[in-house]
Design a protein around this ligand. Structure first.
Ligand code: NAD
Ligand code: DAU
Length: 354
């Protein structure tokens, strides 16, 4: 079996659903269920003996030691993290606690477990750490895309905390020989994406008749990848990646934010037109920029393609259409997450207009 951390979150939930759709190898899912963790995303696995959910913190040594001893996983995929840049600006502490200290404790538990395995199991074991392109910092308009050799230059508390965790993972390979793999992926989008990130926020606000808040001039560029393509990349790296290596994962889909927002609006105009006959783009509102906002990210995914044969299955056009359709068809999921702590966040970030 494999242990997957943070699998009640956006990418982790998609990963577990895809994993169990393709294999009968069981998954232990360790998740703290922060505001971003949502077991509704895994409701289709209710009663499935291949999915075992454990509510807990990656930083809880006693719990993780016990889980490893009990389940003897052959691999760990570490998604658990605080993941939202804006939240890291308002309050960095949780990011340091989970992304840095939590990853450290997890690595310590894993090192102890791995050291006790027999030689065959030791050689086959993998610790896959899921990271981000944001650790590389920001690009100018004409700079080449990030390769695995770019220096780390993180600019937000979030990206700095992810960079720190990547360094720890690297060090556990070089110092202790732990067979680690690291993936650095660009912006994901797709089903079960928490509606405080750009694409789901725009869909949900548009349908609710609310403003569509675009930071600054809206010309910041991100490189978008459909979440299921990220999941297939992780499966491939787990299967065939070289221990100690890092792999950039991206969709070759660089787009300015305003273009993303306009595309979402156009799809909603087609699939769920406004009652007044006007376009959703009328709701676009430019708001104060994010402090320290990185201007451009772009991933060069040549290495994972050349060495492991991975490439994305979706184009942005097909992926974004599926995504908008999913949100229209799953409004109960949206309503369920739009409560409690989420509501307070929207008020804090965007004020009463949010
Ligand atoms: P998310 O915020 O949707 O989910 C994170 C999950 O981790 C939640 O279920 C949360 O409850 C859980 N968690 C948080 N702290 C925990 C702790 N201490 N112990 C156990 N569980 C904990 O995040 P996501 O967008 O699914 O991202 C998953 C991973 O992928 C993160 O490591 C993130 O840095 C990375 N990543 C995300 C993107 C993206 O576009 N979303 C892109 C590249 C990399
Ligand atoms: O690049 C990978 C990263 O992508 C991941 O590591 C992070 O976990 C993930 O959250 C995401 O980070 P971003 O900051 O790029 O995602 P977000 O959806 O918050 O913002 C995308 C872009 O849209 C960014 O340039 C900020 C802008 N934005 C965002 C929001 C929420 C807006 O213009 N308005 C908004 O309301």
């Amino acid at each position: 079996m494999i242990l997957v951390t943070g699998a009640a979150g956006f990418i982790g939930a998609n990963f577990v659903l895809d994993w169990l759709a393709q294999s009968d190898e069981p998954v232990v899912n360790l998740d703290k269920l922060t505001y971003a963790g949502n077991l509704q995303s895994l409701a289709s696995l209710q009663g499935d003996p291949r999915h075992h959910f454990v509510h807990g913190d990656i930083g809880d040594r006693a719990l993780v030691d016990r889980l490893l001893a009990e389940h003897q996983p052959r691999a760990i995929v570490n998604f658990a993290a605080e993941s939202h840049v804006d939240r890291s600006i308002h309050g960095p502490e949780d990011f340091i606690q989970t992304n840095v200290v939590g990853t450290f404790h997890l690595l310590e538990s894993v090192r102890a477990y791995w050291s006790g395995l027999d030689e065959t199991a030791k050689a086959a074991f993998r610790f896959l750490h899921v990271s981000t392109d944001e650790v590389y910092g920001t690009l100018g308009a004409t700079d080449p895309a990030f390769t695995e050799n770019n220096p780390y230059e993180p600019n937000s508390p979030y990206s700095a905390s992810k960079a720190a965790s990547d360094h720890l993972v690297r060090a556990y390979h070089h110092t202790y020989g732990l067979p680690v793999l690291t993936t650095n992926c660009s912006n994901n989008y797709g089903p079960f994406h928490f509606p405080e990130k750009l694409i789901p926020l725009m869909i949900v606000n548009a349908l609710a008749g609310k403003p569509l808040p675009v930071y600054g001039d809206g010309m910041q560029i991100r490189d978008w990848l459909f979440v299921k393509d990220h999941c297939s990349a992780i499966r491939r790296v787990l299967e065939a990646g070289q221990p100690g290596e890092t792999y950039n994962v991206g969709g070759w889909n660089e787009k300015p934010n305003i273009e993303i927002v306009r595309t979402v609006c156009a799809l909603l105009d087609e699939m769920s037109p406004r009652a007044d006959g006007k376009g959703y783009a009328e709701q676009v509102t430019y708001v104060k920029d994010r402090p320290g906002h990185d201007r451009r990210y772009a991933i060069d995914a040549t290495k994972i393609h050349r060495e492991l044969g991975w490439k994305p299955a979706e184009t942005f056009e097909t992926g974004i259409r599926k995504t908008v359709r999913w949100y229209l068809d799953n409004q109960a999921w949206v309503q369920q997450v739009q409560s409690g702590e989420y509501r307070q966040w929207i008020d804090r970030q965007y004020g009463a207009k949010g």
